[in-house]
Design a binder for this molecule. Structure first.
Ligand SMILES: *Cc1c(COP(=O)(O)O)cnc(C)c1O
Length: 384
């Protein structure tokens, strides 16, 4: 029976402390959420600027729905491409310093679409081993050859690039690694791409809105610009809404419009989401105080957690993973925090490498210093 096999696989996962389950929120996203009727101080969203429940975004979405209705009703290439989509693409491109941009429904779909559209048999994709799962899936879908290098190992990347002569070359990387919080050395990677005539695909899901001047993202953070860079950022994290965009040379965007299946064969996102995102972009652009507060919280957390038996991984970003190691131990710690009314997600393999289970603490500008103090105190208690 096919079902008994599935039952058995799930039971095995559970025995290894790897079973994934969901919890249902009964309040909006914020540092203070209610889950199954109980209140928690939460450190696990990617809502880095606290915009997901921002009153100005809520009213922009309401007004957008008044003006444009609820559904797009068709794909972008049929009759689903609306004025707010178009305006948002233009503003996003200008914001990150690229000639053109294209909206996708999610970051996952953007990654699938870009790699599939640009790369094929005979081409080679070079990827950091800790890249996001969607980038890994994208490589497989493209049918290009795949060469993975050790996390951040530019010497290995260079060797792999120099060993490859035929076809197109695309180096793909998270800008801020989603489970580690460290930042890829994009300046050095760009230099390698120039040397070896490769494109550089940067997934800035966790940098856009947070890093760089006015939150313009990782390219601004490193002050780099190049036609070779194809930039992707998501709009459901710091931007607080949903979706993603790719920004690049016009010819790249035109290629995606024609060849990216996850763009062509899907219904456009509701135009009202773009109305909300236009407002979000304003808040990001004028959000220096939010970002300064977030950085203060990061510093406070890192100081406060020094001296624990577990150490924070090397990170300057809002993603501050506390390395635990053992799956079961990470789950137990997460559960013990939950008993104290604090919610931090335990991240286990295969999301992270074996033996590196962690508590992925994420901070948001919506947290107060007091919120961070509470987490620090709870972890010190649990360490005793
Ligand atoms: C979240 C994430 C994605 C996927 O974006 P969604 O819009 O949530 O589908 C892609 N890449 C990275 C690095 C991410 O963290």
């Amino acid at each position: 029976m096919p079902f008994s096999e599935l039952h058995q696989e799930l039971a095995e996962r559970a025995a290894q402390g790897l079973l994934r389950v969901r919890r249902t929120l009964t309040t909006p996203q914020s540092p203070h959420i209610e889950v199954d009727g109980k209140s928690y101080l939460a450190f696990c969203s990617n809502d880095y600027l606290g915009l997901a429940n921002h009153p100005q975004l809520i009213s922009a979405l309401q007004q957008g729905a008044q003006q444009w209705g609820v559904g797009a009703g068709a794909a972008h290439l049929v009759s689903g491409h609306f004025e707010p989509h178009h305006l948002l693409e233009q503003q996003l491109a200008a914001f990150v310093g690229k000639p053109a941009a294209l909206l996708f429904s999610t970051g996952y779909m953007a990654n699938l679409g870009v790699v599939q559209a640009l790369m094929g048999k005979g081409d080679t994709v070079f990827a950091d081993k800790l890249n996001h799962a969607s980038l890994n899936d994208a490589m497989l879908l493209s049918r290009a050859d795949v060469k993975r290098y050790r996390h951040g190992d530019l010497a290995q990347l260079e060797k792999l690039l120099s060993e490859t002569s035929a076809g197109r070359k695309l180096v793909i990387t998270d800008a801020v690694f989603s489970m580690d919080g460290d930042i890829a050395p994009l300046r050095e990677m760009l230099a390698l791409c120039e040397q070896h005539d490769a494109w550089l695909y940067v997934d800035d899901a966790h940098g856009f809105g947070v890093l760089g001047e006015q939150g313009r993202g990782s390219l601004s953070h490193f002050d780099i610009a190049s036609e070779r860079i194809i930039y992707m950022a998501t709009l459901g994290k710091a931007a607080g809404v949903s979706g993603a965009f790719v920004a690049a040379e016009q010819v790249v965007i035109d290629t995606l419009i024609n060849h990216a299946n996850s763009y062509v064969y899907t219904t456009a996102t509701p135009p009202a989401l773009s109305s909300a995102l236009l407002q979000s972009l304003q808040l990001i652009e004028h959000g220096d105080e939010l970002r300064a507060h977030l950085l203060r919280l990061v510093a406070r957390l890192r100081n406060g957690l020094a001296g624990l038996p577990w150490s924070l991984m090397e990170s300057d970003t809002a993603i501050q993973p506390l390395l635990i190691g053992d799956n079961q131990h990470a789950l137990e710690l997460s559960a013990a925090l939950r008993e104290r009314g604090i919610w931090v997600a335990a991240i286990r393999p295969p999301t992270v490498p074996q033996g590196t289970a962690r508590l992925r603490i994420t901070l948001s500008a919506a947290h107060t210093e007091g919120d961070v103090e509470r987490l620090i105190e709870a972890l010190h208690e649990l360490a005793c």
